[in-house]
Design a protein around this ligand. Structure first.
Ligand code: AN7
Length: 351
């Protein structure tokens, strides 16, 4: 039976007798075996963890359910976050469910339409600032310091606690950790959370090993790869437009402790992977999510051997979040035709 992450992984989470337990259906997302692309990647045993199947369409829900449960426990009445989009959609949904006032700060330009629409639909106050994500995060941090508001960005440790459950699920599904975990990196919360999850499971013997953590930033927003803050992060993957990640140190620790890498992929590589996922695996994700597969393809082409290796690519959010990018990039040839059988027959024959 479906339980949600708070119930399923209660013993691993900061849950007390006073923590309310609820779920909007987050977690227990599919781990789908690659049908076609594994052949291009050194005949690996390749899986995709479909985090777009969470209730608001991204992995953020795992952390949000925990952060909002703790906010309720602390009798908070307002939650706030900065976001490139998905965090705001998730905060707005959980805030609505719990009767909390939700305030989200987003960059005025570049947030995917679907994400903004979600925040508005769930009834959040959306404040669009004349600045980027990093500036928005700085503002909400200051705000939460001076007002009785709960910050639900991933600097709230409850967020990472909830998000680590995705690593638990992978091990529970596969019977052990994979050899490699490929994951997009923006604010670096998710890679930090996965690493925490894998480490915890190994420590108690539920996993015999832990994976190499392979994090990928977008080239125009790759502060960790470059070793310096990026003042104006730019990439087609709007979710990853982050120039000063809050969990920078967590990402470095995940890389170094696991023998992994943090590398960058270009917009071209991201869009290529985005298309391959849709057209060879039937997985429509948002561009940011394709950074994991783009990273894997890049390393594979550079000659890294993956034969028989068990690999999981985390697909962090659904493609429906960003219909404009899809329409622009896929350049969909929609054929307008009269409602006439012989015309349709000809079109079908030529398809
Ligand atoms: C689809 O919503 O930062 O490295 O404000 O939406 O944990 O930040 C989103 C990030 C990957 C990067 N994939 O994860 C936000 C936000 C998708 C995302 C990331 C994001 P982190």
């Amino acid at each position: 039976m479906f339980t949600g992450v708070l119930t399923r992984y209660k013993e691993f989470l900061p849950i007390t007798e006073d923590t309310p337990i609820f779920t909007l259906g987050e977690g227990d997302t599919p781990l789908v075996r690659s049908k076609n692309l594994w052949k291009q990647i050194g005949h690996s045993e390749l899986y995709f963890k479909l985090e777009g199947c969470n209730p608001t369409g991204s992995f953020k829900d795992r952390g949000m359910v925990m952060a909002v449960a703790k906010a309720l426990e602390e009798r908070s009445s307002t939650i706030v976050c900065a976001s490139t989009g998905n965090t705001s959609a998730s905060a707005a949904a959980y805030g609505a469910y719990c009767g909390l006032k939700t305030i989200v700060l987003v960059p005025k330009t570049g947030v995917a339409t679907g994400k903004l629409t979600q925040a508005l639909a769930y009834g959040a106050r959306v404040l669009a600032i004349d600045g980027n994500f990093d500036q928005a995060l700085k503002l909400v941090r200051s705000l939460a310091d001076v007002q009785p508001i709960t910050l639900v960005n991933s600097i709230n440790p409850n967020r990472l606690q909830g998000q680590k459950t995705a690593a638990f699920e992978i091990v529970d599904n596969l019977g052990d950790a994979p050899d490699y975990l490929f994951i997009p990196v923006g604010n670096a919360g998710n890679i930090t959370a996965y690493w925490m999850g894998f480490r915890e499971y190994k420590k108690i013997g539920r996993a015999a090993r832990s994976p190499h953590m392979m994090g990928f930033q977008a080239e125009g927003a790759a502060p960790i790869v470059r070793g310096e803050i990026v003042a104006s992060p730019e990439t087609v993957a709007s979710a990853l437009r982050i120039g000063n990640p809050a969990s920078w140190k967590g990402a470095l620790a995940a890389r170094d402790e696991s023998g992994g890498v943090i590398d960058a992929v270009s917009d071209k590589e991201i869009l290529e992977a985005y298309k391959l996922l849709a057209q060879f695996e039937g997985i429509f994700c948002e561009p940011a999510s394709a950074a994991s597969l783009a990273g894997l393809l890049k390393l594979s082409r550079q000659g890294m051997p993956f034969e028989d290796k068990r690999i999981v690519c985390v697909i962090t959010g659904t493609g429906l979040k960003d219909p404009e990018i899809a329409t622009r990039f896929f350049d969909l040839p929609i054929q307008g035709l009269p409602s006439d059988l012989s015309t349709i027959q000809k079109a079908v024959a030529n398809a």
